[in-house]
Design a protein around this ligand. Structure first.
Ligand SMILES: [Zn+2]
Length: 318
């Protein structure tokens, strides 16, 4: 029998009081400090908390632990108003009302949305695409203020998009001061200069003056927002964005190349029978999966030439 210790990062005031390894995941039973007083949501009277406990345990998705999903589990406490008998939940500090994920899980979802799609993020996290959209919607609705004491020297501006059904773009401002722990500071609808400025204006003026570097893609909108609102900051084109840009360039070159190859192949088709270069001849014509001469795989993904279509590691254009 071995004891395995696990370091967990929990919100201030939250205590882990139980653990269970469930099928393919980790469930942590938590409790937190409850307030002595509260204001009734219905009659708005301030009063001492009259505590009652809900019977059904609540399960909230949290960050992964050791590559498996983590969940926070708790018995929900509520307050019963002494005046109007209205019952209200005493919300835990780690999540918002009416959702079953923690704030930091929401943040992880938004970060993963950078350079990805909602389906992909949903698939990787094992949640629904609907949940991804809901998380972004909640974040866009809130006007969370950034702590003016926070020292921020590096920020990033990124675009995310929800493409399915409703085309929706948003701009995310992240704090990259500690590169190991990027934090999302603000989210605003749109991907234009106004959206970037809305995000940057959540920082106080002295905070904006402290920023030394801002990482963005090559979008002129973000460049303009940086110039307008970050007086002492240098724009850095982020490695990720450079990679994306390079990918686009490679794509363009490849497309051009594909056109050239098309000509070359057409030329060859006139002179050399396909069977001679190793393509199986079937009634439907060459299916592109047969043997081929060395070097032919170079044209693997050039769409315009069906005769040389070839699935590249399962992601080919088939
Ligand atoms: Zn009341």
């Amino acid at each position: 029998m071995a004891i395995v210790e696990m370091e967990l990062d929990v919100a201030d005031g939250v205590r882990v009081c139980g653990y269970e390894h469930i099928d393919g995941g980790h469930a942590f039973e938590v409790e937190w400090e409850l307030p002595d007083e509260c204001v009734c949501e219905k009659c708005h009277r301030r009063q001492r908390v009259r505590l009652e406990w809900g019977r059904r345990m609540q399960v909230v998705r949290d960050l992964d632990v050791w590559g498996q999903p983590g969940f926070l589990v708790y018995q929900p406490p509520f307050h019963r108003c002494g005046w109007c008998r209205h019952r209200q939940w005493l919300l835990p500090p780690f999540k918002r009302k009416h959702v079953t994920v923690t704030y930091r899980f929401e943040e992880q979802v938004l970060r993963m949305m950078i350079g990805s799609t909602e389906e992909e993020v949903a698939r990787r996290l094992g949640i629904s695409a609907e949940m991804v959209r809901l998380i972004l919607k909640h974040r866009l609705q809130e006007e969370r203020q950034i702590d003016p004491q926070r020292v921020i020297t590096d920020v990033g501006l990124d675009e995310i998009s929800l493409k399915k059904r409703h085309k929706l773009y948003a701009t995310i401002l992240s704090d990259l001061t500690d590169p190991k722990q990027p934090r999302i500071l603000a989210v605003a609808p749109g991907r234009d200069q106004a959206a970037a400025e809305t995000c940057l204006k959540r920082l106080s003026e002295p905070q904006r003056a402290q920023v030394r570097n801002h990482r963005t893609d090559m979008s002129p909108a973000y460049t303009a927002a940086g110039e307008a609102l970050l007086p002492h900051s240098q724009q850095v084109v982020d490695r990720f964005h450079v990679a994306k840009k390079l990918g686009e360039v490679v794509d363009r070159v490849r497309k051009k190349d594909a056109c050239l190859q098309k000509e070359a192949v057409c030329e060859r088709e006139e002179t050399v029978p396909l069977a001679d270069v190793g393509f199986p001849q079937t009634a439907a014509g060459p299916d592109g999966r047969g043997a081929r001469a060395p070097g032919e795989a170079v044209r693997a993904d050039s769409r315009p030439v069906p005769a040389v279509l070839f699935p590249l590691g399962g992601h080919g254009p088939l």
